[in-house]
Design a protein around this ligand. Sequence first.
Ligand code: BGP
Length: 486
Amino acid sequence: MNKTNEFPKDFLWGGAIAANQVEGGWNLDGKGLSVADIASYKPNIDNKDYAAHMEISTSKIEEAIADKSDKWYPKRRGIDFYHRYKEDLAMFAELGFKTLRLSIAWSRLFPTGEEEKPNEAGVEFYRNVFKEMNRLGIKPIVTLSHYEMPLSLSLKYNGWVERRVIDDFVRFSTVCFKEYDQYVDYWLTFNEIDSIHRHPFTTAGIIPDKCTTGKEEQEVYQALHHQFVASALVTKVAHEVNAKNQVGCMLTKLMTYPLTCAPLDVELTLNKNLENHFYTDVQVKGEYPRMIEINLENRGIHLDISDEDRRILKENTVDFLTFSYYMSMAESGDPEAERTPGNTVLGVKNPYLPSTDWGWQIDPKGLKISMIELYDRYRIPMMIVENGMGSVDRIENGEIHDPYRVEYFKEHFKQMKEAIDEGVDLIGYTSWAPIDLVSAGTSQMSKRYGFIYVDADDEGNGTYNRMKKDSFDWYQKVIATNGASL
Ligand code: BGP
């Protein structure tokens, strides 16, 4: 066994899931509708056009509300984690998980988002989940907002565009910190907070036809600002409720390379990477980067940011930084350059990299580069809280052979180890996702990420039974040997 691959002692190995992609039970025990519950499955989605797929309108929402079934709404079904969580947690424990990243559905605790007191049945559900995790020795990392805000806030206030939603979110988060204090130490505020530009409805409840200024971009940035302030305020509350609480931010790491060394390609790439750092700059350093503020002004985007907001941001920065990493992209000044889909983005295709079944370019080295770049910039502990490969898995004679998944993870883990050896303070890793679940981007079930297979198809047919893939044993061994088996 190669000892040199061993990860730091107490390294948090695990997996990550999100409430709206696993729970189901969308209308049970008092839960309200969330923005995820109206995401429909489109069998003919053209993977190259995310914008069209994410398109939303008031009439589309009304149509979805009127449809009380879950036939075309896979996120209403999830993988029935609501009823099967014990079985799933037992399998995660068998994998040897030290941690599980999961989210709390805001609409299960506050059905419309505006109630003064939480829905007790919702509070109870997560208490039971955390109790079971505690019994199994799995530490939770809890995301407070993972693409599931109450739909009512979206319809009434155009989601995060209105400042008042900050108070609703702080009330919800405070309940979480107090109710689950004995079980949870690690909290994340907003999943992929930068994704508000790529899918504003899912991330922030923004419905384009409700934009009153006629300038959607302006409203998206204002909503983002409200999320930044909310994130800082709940960081403060978490620390007040219990000083042991650690709060992190969460970024989609969109590693971008220049397609060539033509100076224009390099400049465009630099701009992309500066923009990608904006979100972590605000949450880790506590202030808007000067160049971003100038850039916004130059684009005619004038934000309502008070001195009080700036003080809140500055005084309540996060304790650790987390990010998702699936792929990298290239950038080019040539408008004809070939493009390829990535994590809800379209990037220029890098000719040196292979792609997944969904066209996302696989780049383990890019993970190491991202880790070094982010750690050098922020110097606080980091976690990779999403990383994995969506693929079409096939059952052959009752077994699922997924060597491509093992290969993907193995190469990424090696790069993580290299970065750690070079000084990066990486304290945890949660794969996306340890069990098959409904895709965030396409609402497909057939885009599979898990070490555990779930017998369900895109239309919800199937037994929903769980089954181990070959990669299950492989990951179990990696965790058992703390990386030495790599
Ligand atoms: C991230 C989201 C996850 C997740 C993942 C994979 O952006 O935080 O919720 O699903 O991407 O994306 P997809 O499900 O579209 O394959």
